[in-house]
Design a protein around this ligand. Structure first.
Ligand code: PEP
Ligand code: MG
Length: 879
């Protein structure tokens, strides 16, 4: 097996298609080299080597040693420098690169190849003593941290003391001699902490670094990141070894990161940051505040330091040319790292840029309009789940706000929550159901769990490409970074800004779109759904086959869903209406009645209320199908359970408190979800379903433009149940038609929520005109897992790979899915035109929607805010 793949100097052993083998970084370096972009020569050790490294007890086979030697020779041949040569040494960087980017997860070593001899050679060839000793100093510090895993605090301390001793504030004030002294101190520190001298052999250095990169794949923070992002541990990482280029060789050198379009807004404008006379990680680390790339961005921000466009116009225009080449080549927005060494541009990385949902949408629509991609590709480019970010409210522009300070608008959206100053507290409080804002001086990969738990993130340091900003955008969390006026004291769990204080637990609001940080909670408003969103949705609608309906029972939710593009109601849960206002009293009187006559008297009071509910929903949904489900939950859900409530409820329902208690006790069930509910209520108390059916028909005949009501019977197991219930509905319909002299069309169908119903679907379809898969209950009854108690153990099940995802969130396609496919097939065999839909939570989950498309269902039904997600997912499933 070949483990080493070269690139640069006209050679490319791999390309962009080799991400699995070379990692994202390595594959794209090879690709950039092959299209003639300036890439420092190097080689990639493949992910297969990482896997083998772990299989063979963290050792390297001899064959790979020879391949690496060839790789070094390749770099030497192009650069004309020799690895370990005291006169003109080759220095390399060693970086990790997995298949997908894992920001800040893996480690990097720069300036590798320096030792007590080669540092002299570097000084001579660069003509810069200070630069050479600073490079050596940085190398030891990085190597000690990343490879030897020594306490990096000790090295930082030594650096601070060196500056303090001389009265300096900045690293750059240290002279060559100062740095040489610091190198000696660092070496002594290594020996003290590691027990051995700092490795002087450059090959030992190289293999140490390669081993450390492979080792970092199994670090705790990498594991956490993989778990949060569903990245398999078996993928492994590649290692990239590449000739060093230096952004810190004086004022004509620089280093930077850039996006070919704005990753926050999607605007078609180069976007990025750079630092003159700085090395690689300085920009991302957020230690020095970087400068803008373009003149326009600098002016818009009202910032002083010259942009790259102004400071280095020639290199800038070359860079802009590279951006265009990359966008045309990759046909996507790119995220780039570059270095300028003495006015020469070098590309160090390119990859598809992470972007906010808003930017993803705009970039997809713009690129399709520019002719760079097709509309189908545009549809596939937007993650349906991410639309969530766009559909949710933003801060009300007219609401008063108590602004504490302003930072950078690092990740859009608004969030309010209690201030917390460390990630463990963020996680704990969030688990207890509190909304929290995580506030840190700057974040590091150790904060991932806290950032995930928080509603928003606020940092005092770091730019738009700092760790906090990049990770927050990826997670879709609002983030304000670099709010420099915040004096954060994490130990005291507080911050000061001017004369004001925020302590742990105080409510703050951040607006990641403007960068504002506010004291207290600020109200929000609904988002605008036209523009790019409307365009993409139109394209999606033209491509999808599945209809998208909504689960809604209030006129307001129906209106929201219609605005979001719902094409009907797939599930109106009538029991929710039973709790409204004074109705609950009539419902209780019905339950407490001793006989049918008593029940009918109470139902009489409910009838006009239900009728007007349905009329209002029919009006909002005019012209669209509306599926109404008759009463489903067990009756005891409507009775009080707390001793304190009994007296009041008894009085309101005009019954003796003892009667109420006795009835509540009678209705108690050990396993209510498998008890007296669904159509079992209609079988024992047909008058309840009769009243509901009457209300539906009376509402329908009262309107000029009534939809076709689809009356749905829940929790059916047998054909006979459905027959009985359909007879009740038909009788009510005929009665209303006779009384009013008006008729409307209607359908009677059933939910498929029980395995028996799925198996006997062929028979059930003789009676039911439609099936709606109630996959919440069908999952519960098929897996034998209570949907209300599953949370306690399902996470372990997912962690152990028993189920790939929580089956109540994403359909268990293999098990529950097989029942659905079988029921669909048997139902259709009996009744060719049977309507098939899904109304469990899965109706809004993209993976489940793909299954519904494949199974040929007619529609999915999702809660109002998930309707656009379902529309896009349905289009993607159809493509
Ligand atoms: C279902 O079971 O999937 C369903 C939609 O009904 P409910 O959630 O109301 O039980
Ligand atoms: Mg159900």
């Amino acid at each position: 097996t070949q483990y080493v793949y070269r690139f640069g100097g006209g050679v490319s052993d791999g390309g962009a298609g080799d991400k699995n083998l070379l990692g994202g970084k390595g594959a794209n370096l090879a690709e950039m080299a092959s299209i003639g972009l300036p890439v420092p020569p190097g080689f990639t050790i493949s992910t297969e080597m990482c896997t083998r490294y772990y299989e063979e007890g963290e050792t390297f086979p001899d064959s790979v040693k020879a391949e690496v030697a060839n790789g070094i020779a390749h770099i030497e041949g192009i650069t004309g420098k020799r690895f370990g040569d005291a006169a003109d040494p080759l220095l390399v960087s060693v970086r990790s690169g997995a298949r997908v980017s894992m920001p800040g997860m893996m480690d990097t070593v720069l300036n590798l190849g320096l030792n007590d001899q080669t540092v002299q050679g570097l000084a001579a060839t660069s003509g810069d003593d200070r630069f050479a000793w600073d490079s050596y100093r940085r190398f030891i510090q990085m190597y000690a941290d990343v490879v030897l895993e020594l306490d990096h605090g000790r090295f930082e301390e030594a650096l601070e003391i060196a500056k303090e001793d001389r009265g300096f504030a900045l690293d750059t004030e240290l002279s060559a001699k100062d740095l040489q002294g610091l190198v000696a101190e660092y070496k002594a520190l290594v020996e003290e902490l590691w027990g051995k001298p700092f490795p002087q052999d450059v090959h030992d250095q190289l293999w140490g670094a390669v081993g450390a990169v492979f080792g970092s794949w199994q670090s705790e923070r990498a594991k956490v990141y993989r778990r949060l992002n569903d990245i398999p541990g078996g993928w492994g990482t590649a290692v990239n070894v590449q000739a060093m280029v230096f952004g810190n060789m004086g004022e004509t050198s620089a280093t930077g990161v850039a996006f070919t379009r704005d990753p926050s807004t999607g605007e078609r404008a180069y976007y990025g940051e750079f630092l003159i006379n700085a090395q690689g990680e300085d920009v991302v680390a957020g230690i020095r505040t970087p400068q803008y790339l373009t003149l326009a961005a600098r002016e818009r921000a009202g910032a002083k330091p010259a942009s790259m466009e102004e400071a280095m116009p020639e290199v800038y225009s070359q860079l802009a040319g590279v951006f265009d080449t990359l966008e045309t080549h990759y046909r996507d927005m790119q995220d780039i790292e570059f270095t300028v060494e003495r006015a020469k541009l070098w590309m160090l990385q390119t990859r598809s840029g992470k972007r906010t949902a808003k930017a993803a949408l705009k970039i997809a629509v713009d690129m399709a309009n520019e002719g760079l991609i097709s509309t189908e590709e545009a549809i596939l480019r937007v993650d349906p789940q991410a639309l969530d970010q766009l559909l949710h409210p933003t801060l009300d522009p007219d609401a008063p706000r108590d602004v504490l300070t302003k930072g950078l608008p690092a990740s859009p959206g608004a969030a309010s929550g209690k201030a917390v100053f460390d990630s463990d507290t963020a996680e704990k409080r969030a688990a207890a159901g509190e909304a929290v804002i995580l506030i840190r001086i700057e974040t590091s990969p150790e904060d991932i769990h806290g950032m995930h738990a928080a509603k928003g993130i606020l940092t005092a340091r770091g730019g738009m490409t700092s760790h906090a900003a990049v990770v927050a955008r990826g997670m879709g969390r609002p983030c304000v970074s670099g709010a420099g006026t915040l004096a954060i004291n994490a130990r005291e769990k507080m911050l000061r800004v001017g004369s004001r204080e925020v302590r742990e637990g105080d409510i703050v609001t951040i607006d990641g779109t403007t960068g504002e940080v506010m004291f207290g909670e600020v109200p929000t408003v609904q988002p605008e759904l036209s523009g790019d969103f409307g365009t993409l949705m139109e394209w999606a609608d033209a491509k999808r086959r599945l209809k998208v309906r909504t689960n809604a029972e209030t006129p307001l939710d129906c209106r929201t869903a219609r605005d979001f593009g719902a094409e009907g109601i797939g599930l109106c849960r009538t029991e929710h209406m039973f709790f409204e206002g004074a109705r609950i009293t009539a419902v209780r009187q019905m339950i407490l009645a001793e006989d049918e006559a008593g029940r009918r008297a109470a139902l009489e009071k409910l009838l006009p209320e239900q009728r007007s509910d349905f009329a209002e929903i029919f009006r909002v949904m005019a012209g669209l199908p509306v599926t109404i489900r008759l009463l489903d939950p067990p009756l005891h859900e409507f009775l009080p359970h707390e001793e304190a409530e009994f007296a009041e409820v008894a009085q309101a329902a005009s019954v003796d408190v003892e009667v109420l208690k006795r009835r509540a006790a009678e209705l108690h069930e050990f396993n209510p979800m498998l008890g007296h509910r669904g159509c079992r209520l209609g079988v024992t108390y047909p008058e309840i379903y009769e009243m509901q059916a009457r209300a539906i028909f009376e509402a329908a005949v009262s309107l000029d433009e009534a939809p076709v009501p689809e009356i749905m019977i829940p929790l059916v197991a047998t054909k006979r149940e459905l027959e009985l219930m359909k007879a009740v509905v038909d009788k009510a319909a005929e009665a209303v038609f006779a009384e009013t002299g008006k008729r409307v069309d209607y359908l009677v169908g059933t939910m498929i929520e029980l395995p028996r119903a799925a198996l006997k679907a062929g028979e059930i379809a003789e009676v039911g005109a439609f099936f709606s898969f109630g996959t919440n209950d069908l999952t519960q009854t098929t897996l034998g897992v209570s949907r209300d108690d599953a949370a306690r153990f399902l996470t372990s099940y997912v962690e152990k790979g028993i189920y790939a995802k929580d089956p109540f969130v994403s359909l268990d396609v293999e098990g529950v899915g097989e029942l659905i496919a079988l029921a669909a097939e048997r139902g259709r065999k009996t009744r060719g035109d049977i309507k098939l839909g899904i109304c469990g939570e899965h109706g809004g989950d993209p993976a489940s929607i793909a299954f519904c498309e494949a199974t040929g269902l007619d529609y999915v039904s999702a809660s109002p805010y998930r309707v656009p997600i379902a529309r896009l997912a349905a289009a993607q499933a159809a493509l």
